[in-house]
Write a protein that binds this ligand. Sequence first.
Ligand SMILES: Nc1nc2c(c(=O)[nH]1)N[C@H]1C(S)=C(S)[C@@H](COP(=O)(O)OP(=O)(O)OC[C@H]3O[C@@H](n4cnc5c(N)ncnc54)[C@H](O)[C@@H]3O)O[C@H]1N2
Ligand code: MOO
Length: 402
Amino acid sequence: MISVEEHKARVRDVVGTRPVLRRALADCTGLVLAEDITAGVSLPPFDNSAMDGYAVRAVDVADAREGSPVELPVAADIPAGRTDVPALEPGTAHRIMTGAPMPDGADSVVMVERTDGGVERVAISSAVSEGLHVRRAGEDVTPGTVVLRAGTVLGPAHLGLAAAVGVDRLPVFEPPRVLVVSTGTELVHPPAPLRHGQIYESNSVMLVAGLRDLGCHVETVRSVADDVAHFRAAVEPKLAEVDLVVTSGGVSAGAYEVVKDSLTDAGVTFGKVAMQPGGPQGCGRWHGVPVVTLPGNPVSVLVSFEVFVRPALRAALGYPDVERPRVRARLTESMTPPKGKRQYRRGYYTPGAEGAGNGVVAPKGGPGSHLLASFAQANCLIVLDEETTEVPEGSLVDVLLL
Ligand SMILES: Nc1nc2c(c(=O)[nH]1)N[C@H]1C(S)=C(S)[C@@H](COP(=O)(O)OP(=O)(O)OC[C@H]3O[C@@H](n4cnc5c(N)ncnc54)[C@H](O)[C@@H]3O)O[C@H]1N2
Ligand code: MOO
């Protein structure tokens, strides 16, 4: 029997690191930036108006008041995007729009609402302070500034900033193509009615959801019979098109362990991990492709995904936080985990009113690895270590927040 940490390290090793590709911004959402990005331009790139109105010299409108306006000739019109902006002569105004370049000679902008909106001449009924409604070049970003750090999980603001500084592709860790294979002769899919001895397949659905959440491209083989020839025929031809295979079922000690029987002499190592659920595990390479084989019980498959596959993929994809957030919380009832195994129990964590460390956690459902309904009510996994066999109510325990 190997420890959870040993198997975690094996899976991480087999999954490896993803290559870095330069992708168009639109295809980078949720991916992790692989290198720092430095701005080559200022933001804003030039002094510009923050309002629709008139570019003026503050001294020229110093006496303007409501009811006693100052009138100036309008010498030019500057819509946003105009590149040949004439300088402002003293005693004149330029009509200017939001985002348009400030003319040389102007130091402020009067909003159109403080004027009569004139096109030839404008009556201005409000004085302005120097710099009013002017957005300065470089106020947001100066050239040479690192605007995005390696390790950033790219969201709308990061991608917008990259676009704003003129970057159209970003170096990101390329998500893998993952093949999910569910094994079991008993598995059927709706709308087929269940015959006695059959169940609806659910593991691939959980695995696909978890993998897509990490940005992976996922293909599925949703139920292979417990037959080595069938398994090989269904999976082997797809190996060339994927970077990782994740299987469920067929790895324990029975007479029809299709995954184990197919892959034992093909580069995958099987064994027991000191944990519950999720005891029977395997990993290795098949024709060079990383393979992680998870046990078939639905709770085991999801816990195994959480403990082994998700952290390995997050590491491969460059995420700075590889593991789920871990907190300590007080147990609402006593528990009796098995000796020599790390137990992961579904729980519901409620944060304390006074901040971290004061939360409580209630177990959801029993330890049975077929009890999927209680997983759907859980928001965390309670982690009980290998040495513990009695955990009294009120004890502080480790909790992984899902
Ligand atoms: N003699 C022993 N028997 C078992 C051991 C053991 O050590 N010695 N380990 C038990 C543990 S722990 C687990 S976990 C399971 C793992 O077995 P397998 O990985 O071989 O999984 P299966 O036998 O194929 O399936 C187990 C269980 O899960 C259901 N299942 C499987 N696939 C799906 C799916 N895609 N969707 C929904 N449900 C699925 C399947 O019907 C079984 O009920 O072995 C124990 N036995
Ligand atoms: O380890 Mo099995 O995964 O307990 O049900």
